[in-house]
Design a protein around this ligand. Structure first.
Ligand code: ADP
Ligand code: MG
Length: 311
């Protein structure tokens, strides 16, 4: 087992792209671009809550950074810098090496520099703080939705929750759905390019980490409006529908935009090769109120809106 410092040097120190001073000093130095605001977000992943003790370390390294990238994507930010605080129980070298491989695979895919962190012994947990840039005043916030806006979601929410249900024996998936759902669970793809493309289009955005309805609810509450949803292709009542509406861990983007952008958003779907589905519209009404209808217009009452750590 190498010392703490050898471990940091060997596994977490890498050449940087956009950093004045990275890992190795008391603090890192970065030079933000003039005219840009910094979007900053922190996410904590705790063993037993966010991942299982036998999680594949390489996938976990990827996911630890990816869930943070997703928050910057939801702000319309260009992710650039990250810190990593790691709590490790006497780690085996193989485990750390695989974790770092997954982490830097993700960092390199999105052009992010790891600029510092902290490493300590204890029950396994990881905390990443990520910083991204967004032109002043252009960030996608949760409070900008307006009556008449269309509501959109990227990809297909619920895959990660279905994958988890399969692993827990609550669902029996067959190929190719199984591969898709397990990939969504273990190696989520943060929608960074979509967030960037939405800067001049979306009125509000959020990443779907706690469940589509729950996260959409945050936009509605913070924008003080209501919504009517009619989701094309919503599965019939059952586990798959519940996952679609309330499954966590998706990291798709839910966003609103003036209806005049509908055609641009459809075109963007082609450009990004990412499905973008119009799932409803914002209405004036009690903040947070959400009506969900099926294709025939009948009202659907969902079992739950999503995941709440303290509920
Ligand atoms: P200090 O004692 O001043 O907090 P540390 O000994 O904790 O410094 O860390 C030494 C250097 O290594 C610092 O630059 C710190 O940011 C970096 N570092 C520590 N742990 C990690 C990690 N898990 N990932 C990336 N950088 C790390
Ligand atoms: Mg320290």
């Amino acid at each position: 087992m190498p010392s703490e410092f050898a471990l940091i040097d060997r596994y977490f120190k890498r050449p940087t792209r956009r950093t004045v001073l990275g890992v190795g000093d008391d603090g890192a130095l970065i030079a933000p671009t003039p005219g840009q605001e910094l979007a900053i977000s922190t996410d904590l992943l705790v063993e037993g809550t966010h991942f299982l003790a036998d999680a594949d370390p390489e996938a976990l390294g990827w996911k630890t950074l990816a869930v943070n990238l997703s928050d910057i994507a939801a702000m319309g930010g260009q992710p650039l810098w990250a810190t990593l605080a790691a709590v490790l129980p006497a780690p085996t070298i193989d485990w750390i090496e695989a974790f770092a491989r997954g982490f830097f695979d993700c960092a390199n895919s999105y052009g992010v520099d790891l600029i510092g962190g902290d490493t300590t012994r204890g029950p396994r947990a990881f905390c990443v703080t990520i910083l991204g840039e967004v032109p002043a005043g252009k960030a996608l916030r949760r409070d900008g939705a307006r009556a008449g806006d269309s509501i959109w979601v990227s990809g297909r929410p619920g895959h990660a929750a279905l994958g988890l249900a399969h692993l827990q024996g609550r669902a029996a998936l067959n190929e190719p759905a199984l591969t898709t759902c397990l990939a969504a669970l273990h190696r989520p793809i943060p929608r960074v390019a979509l967030g960037l493309a939405l800067r001049d289009i979306a009125s509000a955005a959020i990443d779907v980490s706690d469940g589509l309805l729950a996260d959409l609810g945050h936009i509605l509450e913070q924008s003080r409006c209501a919504a009517r949803l009619n989701i094309p292709g919503l599965p019939p009542a059952g586990l798959e529908r519940d996952c679609w509406l309330s499954g966590g861990d998706d990291y798709e983007l839910a966003f609103t935009a003036a209806a005049s952008f509908d055609a641009d958003i459809m075109a963007l779907s082609g450009t990004l090769d990412l499905s973008l589905t119009r799932i409803g519209e914002i209405e004036a009404g009690p903040p947070g109120a959400l009506i969900l209808c099926d294709d025939g217009g009948a009202v659907i009452t969902p079992t739950t809106r999503g995941y709440d750590h303290f509920a």
